[in-house]
Design a protein around this ligand. Structure first.
Ligand code: ZN
Length: 191
């Protein structure tokens, strides 16, 4: 009986942690977009502007250090608001297609960001499982405070129909210890 109970508790804690991780990512995305006034930091396209096909363009929140490094996954200084084109699609100049081009852009437009991230990327646990429930509760609390401090006139851009990745990213089955970044074994977290 006792063993069963502790198993259930463990499961519930795991589910809560996954919920908090998702909530943190949602808050991170909102803060990054709103801090950038819901427009692309590179080309200044505003959220909702129609493209040449008459479809609205969406602003994504881009992770500078890959989101699979949990140390900076929810760090809002590790995010830039980008349109889908500057984020992923434009060839050769988009953050995902040319990381070197994007690093150069960062150096010119966000001085200090790279050196900040080089430190921050090792400050916290690298994997999802390294974050305790207490860590996650504090993190969500901090992010909520950051969101509350944003100017009132910036509202969250609707995500419906967003054509892209970072804005719609999610973690997999909350019951599972795995998530979208768990392809490498836990012992490789120092790599
Ligand atoms: Zn753009």
């Amino acid at each position: 009986m006792k063993r069963k109970k502790s198993k259930t508790t463990k499961k519930a804690l795991k589910a809560s942690a996954a919920k908090l991780r998702r909530k943190a990512l949602k808050l991170w995305t909102e803060i990054v977009r709103r801090s950038g006034d819901n427009k692309c930091a590179v080309c200044n396209v505003v959220h909702g502007t129609l493209n040449h096909n008459g479809k609205p363009r969406f602003i994504n929140a881009h992770h500078i250090e890959d989101k699979c490094n949990y140390s900076t996954r929810w760090d809002t200084k590790n995010g830039v608001a980008l349109c889908a084109s500057c984020h992923q699609f434009h060839n050769p100049s988009s953050a995902h297609r040319s990381p070197v081009w994007f690093l150069d852009w960062l150096e010119k437009n966000r001085p200090g960001t790279i050196s900040y991230i080089l430190v921050a990327r090792n400050l916290h646990p690298h994997t999802a499982l390294g974050w305790t429930l207490e860590d996650l509760i504090k993190l969500v609390d901090d992010l909520e405070k950051q969101r509350a401090a944003l100017p009132q006139n910036t509202t969250e851009a609707p995500t419906e129909g967003a054509d892209l990745a970072d804005s719609a990213e999610s973690e997999s089955d909350p019951q599972s210890s795995a998530d979208d970044c768990s392809s490498s074994p836990p012992q490789s977290q120092q790599s």
